[in-house]
Design a protein around this ligand. Structure first.
Ligand SMILES: Cc1cc2nc3c(=O)[nH]c(=O)nc-3n(C[C@H](O)[C@H](O)[C@H](O)COP(=O)(O)OP(=O)(O)OC[C@H]3O[C@@H](n4cnc5c(N)ncnc54)[C@H](O)[C@@H]3O)c2cc1C
Length: 442
C-alpha cells in the first residue's frame, strides 16, 4: 500500500535531465521507472554523448571504440532494466590481454582468486623475475585492500614497487592508459588500484572482456529512450539548454513555459561553463581548471578476408595501442578499429599521416596488408578528464535543492570519486543523482 501511495505522489512530479549521455539516460531511466515524468534534453541529434554512433557516408561507426568489462555491474544492470539483452549485445570472453610482441596474460575460467593467481603466474613474455615483480605488487595491493596510504602518480608508484621497464611497457603502460586514459606520469595510482580491485581482484566474471556487438547508441541509450517514452517521458534531441532559472514553482529551462520540480545536469564537465544558472555557485568551479585527454580511433577497412587472430590485441612501443577486429562483433569483416588513448606523439601528425603510420605498424607487427579500401580517423579531443592523483571531484548533490549533477566526473554521493571516466562511472552517477532526487521529492 505504501509503495502505491509513493507512486501516486511521484507521478505528479516532473524532472528535466540535461544531456543524453550514459549518465543522463541512466538518471532518466531510473526516474521513469519510479513513476516520475521525465524529460531529457540533448543538444546533439544522436543519443549517447561520448559513446555514440557516428554515421559516416552510410557506414555505422562509433565516435570511439569502447571496451566494457564484467566489473561494470551498474551499466549491465541498467541495460537489463531498460530491456537490453546483454547476452546478445556483447561478445563476452574471459580476460585475455595479448600485447605484441610477446606478452599474454589470461585468467583461466576458475573461481577467484585462483584465476588471478594462475593468470599472473603463467603470464607469457616475462622473465621469472618480472613475473615475480608483478605477482608481488598485485599481492601487496590486494593485502592492503587496494588502498594506498597516499595517492601518487602511477609512474612514482611503479618506481616505489621496483617494477622492471619491460613489465611497465608490456603490462602497466597499456593497462593504465586504457583504463585511465592518462599518461603514467600524470595518472592516479589509487584510481588504477580501484579499477584493479573491481576487475582482476573481483570475482572471475568481473575481469571478463565484453566487446559490444552494436554501435554505442543502439547498445543502451536508444533502448533507454524507448523505455522512458513507454513510461510517459520524453527524450528531445537537438535541444541545447543554455539557461536554467530557479522560479518560485520550480526550474525553468531556456525561459520556456514548462516548469520542472528538479533538474539533473548531466553535461560533460567541460560543458558546464557554457550553462547559465540563475542560482549562484551551484556549478562546481574546480572543473574549470581540469585538463582533458584525447582518444583517437583509426578505422581501417581492409579487404573483408582480412582477420585478426583475436577480436582484440594490444601493441606496445607503438603509436597503435589496442587493435579491435569489428568483423568478430559487428558483422563488418575486414574493419579494424585502432585505439590511441591519451596524449602522445601521434598528436603531432595530420590525420592522413597518422592513418598511414598506423597502417605501417599493423603491416609490420600483425602482417596486415598495406592497402585499405578506406580509412577514417576520429579524434575526441576532450574524451575524458585527466585522472590525476587526489582530484577533487564534485558530489552529485549541489547547494541548491532540486539541482543535481550527474556524469562520469562526479564523486558520487559518498563524496569520493572512485572510478576513472568510464561508462560505469557515468551510469553510477546517473543512478545516484536520480536516487537523490527521488529522496528529495519524497
Ligand atoms: C573515444 C572514447 C573512447 C572511450 N572508451 C571507453 C571505454 O573503452 N570504456 C569506458 O568505460 N569508457 C570509455 N570512454 C569514456 C566514456 O565514453 C565516458 O566516460 C562516458 O560516455 C561519459 O558519459 P557522460 O554521460 O558522463 O557524459 P557525456 O557522454 O559527455 O554526455 C553528456 C551529454 O550532454 C550533451 N550536452 C552537452 N551540452 C549540452 C547542453 N547545453 N544541453 C543539452 N545537452 C548537452 C552532450 O551532447 C552529451 O550527449 C571513452 C570515451 C571516448 C570519447
Amino acid at each position: 500500500m505504501a509503495s502505491v501511495e509513493n507512486v501516486v505522489v511521484l507521478k505528479t512530479h516532473s524532472v528535466a535531465v540535461l544531456g543524453a549521455g550514459y549518465a543522463g539516460m541512466s538518471a532518466a531511466a531510473e526516474l521513469a521507472a519510479a513513476g516520475i515524468n521525465v524529460s531529457v534534453f540533448e543538444a546533439g541529434k544522436v543519443l549517447g554523448g561520448r559513446a555514440r554512433k557516428v554515421g559516416l557516408e552510410g557506414k555505422s561507426l562509433d565516435n570511439g571504440q569502447h571496451l566494457v568489462i564484467g566489473a561494470y555491474t551498474e551499466l549491465l544492470a541498467m541495460m537489463s532494466k531498460v530491456g537490453v539483452d546483454c547476452k546478445t549485445a556483447f561478445l563476452r570472453r574471459p580476460m585475455e590481454l595479448v600485447v605484441k610482441p610477446g606478452f599474454r596474460l589470461a585468467c583461466p575460467a576458475l573461481p577467484a582468486p585462483l584465476h588471478l593467481a594462475l593468470g599472473l603466474l603463467f603470464a607469457q613474455g616475462l622473465s621469472w623475475s618480472e613475473r615475480f615483480a608483478l605477482v608481488r605488487t598485485i599481492r601487496a595491493a590486494q593485502a592492503a585492500k587496494w588502498q594506498l596510504p597516499q595517492d601518487m602518480t602511477v609512474s612514482n608508484w611503479l618506481k616505489e614497487q621496483r617494477q622492471p621497464d619491460a613489465l611497465i611497457s608490456r603490462f602497466w603502460q597499456p593497462l593504465t592508459v586504457a583504463a585511465l586514459n592518462t599518461p603514467l606520469a600524470l595518472a592516479s595510482a589509487q584510481v588504477l588500484l580501484n579499477v584493479l580491485r573491481d576487475s582482476l581482484g573481483g570475482v572471475r566474471a568481473a575481469s571478463d572482456l565484453l566487446l559490444p556487438r552494436l554501435d554505442f547508441s543502439a547498445l543502451y541509450p536508444d533502448t533507454a529512450a524507448r523505455f522512458i517514452e513507454q513510461k510517459g517521458g520524453h527524450v528531445y534531441r537537438s535541444r541545447r539548454i543554455r539557461r536554467v532559472a530557479k522560479m518560485a514553482q520550480g526550474w525553468q529551462l531556456n525561459g520556456e513555459s514548462e516548469i520542472f520540480d528538479a533538474v539533473i545536469c548531466a553535461l560533460p564537465p567541460h560543458g558546464l561553463s557554457a550553462l547559465q544558472v540563475s542560482v549562484p555557485d551551484i556549478l562546481p568551479l574546480q572543473v574549470r581548471n581540469w585538463i582533458y585527454q584525447p582518444i583517437v580511433t583509426v578505422y581501417l577497412q581492409y579487404d573483408p578476408a582480412v582477420k585478426l587472430a583475436k577480436p582484440m590485441l594490444g601493441l606496445s612501443d607503438s603509436l597503435a595501442q589496442w587493435v579491435f577486429d569489428r568483423g568478430f562483433t559487428h558483422q563488418t569483416d575486414g574493419l579494424i578499429a585502432v585505439v590511441i588513448s591519451a596524449e602522445g606523439p601521434h598528436q603531432a601528425l595530420a590525420q592522413d599521416e597518422l592513418a598511414q603510420a598506423v597502417m605501417l605498424e599493423l603491416h609490420q607487427r600483425l602482417s596486415l596488408p598495406m592497402d585499405t579500401l578506406w580509412y577514417r580517423v576520429i579524434t575526441e579531443k576532450r574524451a575524458t578528464f585527466a585522472c590525476t592523483p587526489d582530484l577533487q571531484r564534485p558530489s552529485n548533490q549541489t547547494s541548491a535543492a532540486g539541482f543535481w549533477l550527474a556524469g562520469d566526473y562526479t564523486a558520487g554521493l559518498a563524496g569520493k570519486g572512485d572510478y576513472p571516466a568510464t561508462l560505469e562511472g557515468a551510469v553510477r552517477s546517473g543512478v545516484a543523482a536520480a536516487q537523490g532526487v527521488l529522496k528529495e521529492l519524497n
